[in-house]
Design a protein around this ligand. Structure first.
Ligand code: MG
Ligand code: MG
Length: 249
């Protein structure tokens, strides 16, 4: 494991970058209505990020073509925004990264298009994944382990009757979008690498409502559930502290 412990100055830069990412999230949330295309969401996010003096982390990363990863319903991760329009009741997950003054931040959220009442089953699923994320964040502190985070996430997901997609994990971040350590969404308490104050990590449960098995579409990016059931992602990034986890965004 090659973990970069951040200085307080570096952490401050990432806090500022995260504010820009939050602006992008909020703007996308505000326009993600029925009839709006995924490409339009992408343009909104990119404009906000660039006008704040930052750049989209994902665009060009290993050839990814967009600012956002947009996932509708059975799409799990790495969805490419296209001309498809949102429909009421869609479960939409939005993942976005920002690079500001040389440092990345990375976070994701999910919504039910048109509001939770449009599809209470999907809304319940999304709430569970968000709860799992928060449980993971609560388990993170100096001296705890990667396994403590994974255990906390897994308990909430299992209790909800959903499945963790184990192919995908959270991660460290900083000068690189993905740094060590891997932050697993499953694990055993007390196992795995110890967390150290100043470690910046993204915690991101990626959960399916049916089988956790997935496949990648012909575009080489979009990952979907094999059984066509829904998937959902929530992600916070922040810094491990002596007594907890400071969420940047
Ligand atoms: Mg991430
Ligand atoms: Mg992300």
């Amino acid at each position: 494991m090659n973990v970069h412990i951040k200085t307080s100055e570096e952490i401050q830069v990432m806090r500022e970058g995260a504010k820009i990412l939050k602006l992008a999230h909020d703007a996308v949330r505000g326009v993600a209505k029925e009839g709006v295309s995924l490409l339009e969401l992408d343009k909104v996010a990119e404009k906000i990020i660039r006008s704040a003096g930052a750049v989209p982390s994902f665009k060009g990363f290993q050839g990814f073509p967009a600012t956002l990863c947009t996932m509708i319903n059975s799409e799990v991760v790495h969805g490419i925004p296209d001309h498809r329009k949102l429909k009421k009741g869609d479960l939409l997950s939005i993942d976005c990264g920002v690079k500001y003054k040389g440092f990345h931040t990375d976070a994701a959220f999910s919504i039910i298009v048109g509001g939770d009442a449009q599809n209470p089953v999907r809304a319940k699923f999304s709430r569970c994944v968000r709860s799992a994320l928060l449980a993971g964040c609560q388990a993170a502190r100096a001296g705890a382990t990667i396994g403590d985070i994974g255990y906390a996430i897994e308990q909430v997901v299992r209790k909800g009757g959903y499945s963790i997609c184990k192919e995908y994990t959270g991660h460290g971040f900083g000068r690189e979008l993905h740094e060590d350590p891997h932050v697993y969404n499953y694990g055993r308490r007390g196992e795995g690498d110890k967390l150290i104050a100043g470690m910046t990590i993204a915690i991101e449960p990626i959960v399916t409502s049916g089988s956790p098995r997935v496949r990648t579409l012909a575009d080489g990016w979009t990952v979907v559930t094999l059984d066509g059931r829904d998937a959902c992602q929530w992600e916070h990034c922040g810094v491990v502290t002596e007594d907890g986890f400071e969420i940047f965004v």
